[in-house]
Design a binder for this molecule. Structure first.
Ligand code: UD1
Length: 423
């Protein structure tokens, strides 16, 4: 099993480019199956979730040509759904990520039926899919969950109003996908507003769909008979990968320019880093972050976009572990997202978790230890903690990190980190 070895003490310095957004990639890849013709997707991140999604699509008879685009690290996929058939899906593949459940919405739209095992993904809370099911039912589908498989069926999908009881990225995407080929208009209220939802809507509209309001909390999808295909789409930058480098710069007292970002998408992270005393400068498509000594303690509350992203909470916790006082971190999105606390404690972090709140009393320094990444962003937090700590940190569970960070060692070492992968 692979491990990462991080040695702290070196400030991160230099320029690094953020890749394509994971959560956009894993929505646009299945969305390409709604089209009759070929879709070309560019700026895909070179991460395991993208490779696994390509495998999932191939298992449905879809031709997916995935490889380097010649543009830095980015991948390019040519997706030809000509051979698509609604085969049953491999449970092992489906369970390797959360976003495999977008195939429910896609197959329901195209065939009026789908059988997809319950998805996997990071173990960060109970993660029900009741809002997805509510949406499919509103559109006229019969939905049953039997022996761990979600079975949906509809003789015809008809647009309808759907009010989401919780702001859910996954449910918003899945209902958009199902509604694209439905008869009439679906109105999703209390929809998620994340930029990857706008990215998906832009892709769908370019392919011939009629989606309005993405990026607001009311999304209207007027169904069309077919999407012709022939669309070329470029995935937006990954704000969480960018946030990880930004926090890393602040945490190591370095100075990093993160290129290929949309600064607006990172406003909550930038604002919080400035509160800790870091310098953040935005300019066009890059952000500069400079660490200015020991961070000040802050309060952090995760919220749906445009609030502070839950996906950057664990990295922020690593930074605050050495703050000059007590920080309070409240996780309102995923109730179980504090598994990194036990691991950070091994490194000397003084952290107490009570329900959805973590209280972090800053210590002078962390010390290297053997730790385990239990989920994707916990892994990112441990890499940062390792780069801050005195001595060597050995991080296992690297497969979680590889799911969502492209070339993690290469990118971090390019900005001066002492980080190695050992088998
Ligand atoms: C997506 C992201 C993930 C991010 C999260 C919140 C992908 C592939 N993953 O996950 O990185 O952390 O958004 O920004 O895009 N919920 C319900 N019922 C539902 C659906 C969700 O109660 O039917 C709850 C969840 O348990 C959670 C909250 O709503 O507490 C938000 O979940 P959701 O936005 O759906 O997250 P995901 O789409 O799973």
């Amino acid at each position: 099993m692979a491990k990462l070895l991080a040695t702290g003490g070196r400030p991160l310095t230099g320029r690094v480019r953020a890749g394509g957004r994971k959560n956009s990639a894993v929505a646009v890849l299945p969305a390409a199956l709604l089209a009759d013709g070929v879709t070309v997707i560019e700026n895909l991140p070179d991460i395991q979730d993208v490779w696994v999604y390509a495998e999932l699509l191939r298992s449905l008879g879809v031709k997916v040509d995935l490889g380097p685009s010649g543009n830095g690290e980015a991948l390019r996929a040519v997706v030809d759904p000509g051979g698509l058939t609604p085969h049953s899906l491999s449970e092992a593949l489906v369970k390797r990520m959360r976003a495999s459940y977008y195939l429910i919405g896609v197959l329901l739209a195209r065939y009026g039926r789908a059988e997809v095992p319950f998805p996997g993904g990071c173990d960060i809370g109970s993660r029900p899919i009741d809002q997805h099911i509510k949406g499919f039912r509103a559109l006229g589908a019969d939905v049953r969950v039997e022996k761990g498989v979600v079975k949906v069926r509809a003789s015809k999908l008809v647009g309808a109003p759907v009010y989401l009881d919780v702001v859910s990225v996954g449910a918003t995407v899945n209902i958009m996908l199902a509604a694209t080929l439905a008869e009439g208009t679906t109105v999703i209220e209390n929809a998620a507003k994340e930029p990857h939802i706008v990215d998906l809507a832009n892709f769908l509209n370019a392919a011939g769909a009629k989606v309005k309001g993405a990026g607001t909390d009311v999304i209207k999808v007027t169904g069309v008979k077919r999407l012709p295909g022939g669309t070329l789409h470029s995935i937006i930058p990954d704000e969480i990968e960018a946030a990880t480098f930004m926090v890393g710069a602040a945490a190591t007292g370095g100075e990093v320019i993160v290129e290929n970002v949309i600064p607006k998408h990172l406003e909550a992270v930038s604002a919080k880093l400035i509160e800790t005393g870091a310098t953040v400068e935005e300019n066009g498509d890059y952000i500069l972050v400079r660490g200015n000594g020991r961070p000040r303690p802050v309060t952090v509350k995760t919220l749906p976009y445009p609030g502070f992203p839950t996906d950057a909470q664990q990295q922020m916790t690593a930074l605050l572990s050495v703050a000059s006082g007590t920080s309070v971190i409240t996780e309102t999105v995923h109730e179980g997202r504090f598994k990194h606390a036990d691991e950070l404690r091994r490194m000397g972090c003084n952290i107490t978790v009570e329900g959805r709140t973590a209280i972090v009393q800053g210590v002078e320094r962390l010390t290297g230890a053997k730790v385990k990444a239990t989920d994707l962003r916990a892994g990112a937090a441990l890499v940062l903690a390792g780069l801050m700590a005195e001595g060597e940190t050995e991080i296992s569970g690297v497969e979680h990190i590889d799911r969502g960070y492209e070339k993690v060692v290469e990118k971090f070492t390019s900005i001066g980190a002492d980080l190695r992968r050992v088998e």
